[in-house]
Design a protein. Structure first.
Length: 256
């Protein structure tokens, strides 16, 4: 894999020409940025700025989202310009969250063996009950309020079901792992999100099986690549599975 060529493909396909990630969201292009606005995630996904335009663009986004009464994220990648963009975002009141590693793989190169360990079974998320189980896993694994999951997942499943796949792994009636995949129409990349397993069930191959299952589904639906923003915990697992790190991404969050 040619690192620079792949990064250019990702920037063009998933950032500059970003698609809305649900029926209640829209993508707008203005002031040298591409942003998403909606009931779920709000933020800047791509920018084409230099020292003469960056401060005005940052201020414009702050005004725009503040007028809507919404916190938003400037999703910055390590190669974004200008080089001092992080400093300028912090000066404007943004707070950096932990870095993640952008990792990609070709679906044809990934294992599609999806055998789960004994004692668990897969439950596809197709309704409100499934979304609630997914939120329970997220609350337990990531320690965050995951009530947003139902607001994001359910409209998408109802109105654009072909653009998402999600599932919960159950031990009897207890959710122990969850994962979802976004499949933007016309994109080369499908994106992996929300992969997490409760501590008592880690190390048994559940995460690996869920990656393999999503790789198989993505390949069947014509997606050439998988993409994931990997935490420090998941990065080594994904590298063993065949994913390659391209760059880092840092969420800069602004709260009105």
């Amino acid at each position: 894999m040619d690192h620079n060529a792949m990064l250019a493909v990702f920037d063009e396909d998933m950032r500059r020409h970003a698609r809305a990630d649900g029926p209640d969201s829209r993508v707008e292009r203005t002031d040298g940025v591409v942003r998403q606005v909606g009931q779920g995630w709000n933020g800047v996904v791509w920018s084409d700025l230099d020292h003469s335009t960056v401060d005005a663009a940052i201020a414009a986004q702050v005004r725009y989202f503040t007028a809507l009464g919404r916190a938003f994220e400037w999703k910055m990648y390590a190669h974004d310009q200008p080089a001092d963009l992080p400093d300028r975002l912090r000066a404007a009141g943004f707070v950096a969250e932990p870095d993640e590693t952008l990792m990609v793989a070709e679906t044809r190169d990934l294992s599609t063996s999806t055998e789960l360990p004994d004692g668990v079974h897969l439950r596809p998320v197709i309704d409100a009950a499934g979304a609630e189980l997914m939120a329970q896993v997220h609350d337990h694994v990531f320690g965050t309020n995951s009530s947003w999951i139902a607001r994001h997942v359910l409209p998408q499943l109802a109105e654009e079901p072909a653009t998402m796949w999600a599932a919960v792994v159950m031990a009897a009636d207890v959710p122990v792992s969850a994962a979802r995949m976004e499949m933007p129409p016309g994109a080369a990349f499908a994106s992996l999100w929300g992969g997490g397993t409760v501590s008592d069930w880690r190390g048994r191959g559940i995460y690996r099986a869920l990656v393999a299952l999503r790789a198989r589904i993505a390949a069947e639906r014509g997606y050439r690549y998988l993409q994931v923003d990997a935490s420090s915990q998941s990065r080594p697992i994904l590298q063993r599975l065949g994913f390659v790190p391209l760059t880092t991404t840092t969420p800069y969050v602004y709260t009105p």
